[in-house]
Design a protein. Sequence first.
Length: 358
Amino acid sequence: MRLFVTGASGYVGSRLVCALLREGHDVVVSSRDVGSLRRFSWYDDVTAIQMDADDPVSTRHALLKSGEIDALYYLVHGIGQSDFDGGDIKAAQNVALAARDADVSRIVYLGGFVPTGDRDDLSPHLRSRADVADALDLPDGPEVVWLRAAVILGAGSTSFEIIRYVADRLAVIPEPSWTDNPMDPISIRDVLHYLTAVADQKIPAGAYDISGPDVGARYHSVLTEYLRAIRQPRIRLPLPYLSTRLTGQVAGRIVPVPTSLTADLVTSLNKPMNASEQSIRDLVPEPDGGLTPMRAAVTAAVRTPAPRPVCDLADVHHLAETDPTWAGGDLMRVRRHVDSVIGSAARRARGMVSLLTG
């Protein structure tokens, strides 16, 4: 198939492009700055098109220029930016309208679980994820497959990296009562498995919850698995009345992940985030070896070697060269900085030798 990936420079999107190419698909990617995509190892194997999802003219031109598209992956989000929720809805509307005019038959959207109850009671992040799904689903537009997930496990995943840094940097880890809320995590390997599968028109349009095999997991379960993997003692201190908003503000000052992004994500943890249905498992066979247990995903993420090109990762849970510079833990950040300095010095030395020798 010919598949269009928006958000290809992000954590999920960059790995999805690799997965789609391995399946033999023809892949089109978009970015406001096409030149910025050259750093990805898949660049020479895709068609890169300039598109600004915030601009309706740009989106329409990009989709029409792309030729016949079988399905479009919508992985765009502005969380961590001011007024991201309103901007996300407008961007989704722009892309949906452009996809309709370009006769795209299917949009695949990766969003979050939507807890039951009044949508107005949700955090801006969770509410925005649901509103984007509504904006993509035009009455006369492409059919929409909405995959809903909670925490995605893997080195480079923002949620996982926040947990990593909190555990690494705090000898005493506060545990508010909401960390006991149900939460069904999923590994990046399994997210890619489902995303790749649902481009097929044989999978009916609709909303599907996706999750890993762990039953009865809680928010604090990921922390437990991380501490087990790093084998470092920590004191876990119950603080039942600590709100998610305050926790997000404090965590934003502790971890190197952008402060506003951390605060927005942590504020969303006041609701259970467990799968309400599992119909996707009746439609999409499990990957070889079955769905990835939380322990296996966390262990693989912790044991990531030096970052490699994203399509050359020995394990998709490992860190890629193109993942954010703040990802991978403090030791990995130091190693990446040193490698960058040495590499820059080597390039300057080669340039000087070339200049002197002609």
